[in-house]
Write a protein that binds this ligand. Sequence first.
Ligand SMILES: [Zn+2]
Length: 299
Amino acid sequence: MKVHHLNCGTCCPWGGRLFDGESHGLLQGHIVCHCLLVETDRGLVLVDTGYGHRQLELRRLSKFFQLLNQPQLIEGETAVAQVRRLGFDPADVRHIVITHLDFDHAGGIEDFPNATVHLTAREKEVADEQRGGAFVGTRRYRPQQWDEMERWALYPMGRGEPWMGFDCVRDLEGLPPEILLVPLAGHTWGHSGVAIDTGGGWLLYAGDAYFHHGEIGRQHRRCPPGMRFYQDLMEVDREARITNQKRLRRLSLDRPREVEIFCAHDRAEFDRIAQAGDGDERPLTQWRERRPPERTFVR
Ligand SMILES: [Zn+2]
């Protein structure tokens, strides 16, 4: 099973280094929307979709999050553009597995009208009703990003089936058994991670269960203040979020050779994983070329 790592949405939130812990200066940070394209014997599977096309997204996104997150909305970073660039037909994307329906994960869904969308039933329910925090609920969930999709596969929040100490949902409809949903509530009510058995080890895409690489792989959490603020702003269940983040941190320490864990928005993680893979870091390269050298990443 081949996994491509795609950045489907560079954002430059205000706060620079205070936000992402890595950028030069305090003006603009740089985060990614880390998505996966998985080649399987059942067709192409997209895991999260990032942002859609510029003109479309400008109408669909809330002004609040446009201002806060500063999405760059680069056409070449859309999932559909990258699928084409890899030599595939977007019609061959048969399945989309979504961690949650926030605007920065669901923006590309309708670019793949042939796909079945897989996620927890809880997430679909609260997103349709725009329940996800008193202020951010109607701003984070934008049903116009997915209301034209016809095929949905909705799952309970775990079926009591164990995976690495977590509850998981196996046997997703029409998907190979190597792809699992791992519910990780807290950021949203129905948020989940996606685990993939690549044959050479497990990947656990944790979505927005954490935001910064310093939050896992070490005993004590390290997270820049901007990302802390953002996680607090967006959480719906603090206790669940903190508990799940601790469990991820534990897993990262206990089984580092068996499972590679990564989240949706950390640029350093994306950079490392995409470059260690098959070199499918083209979106990042493209982004670099758009910036003067002094604004490229600090490693
Ligand atoms: Zn997100």
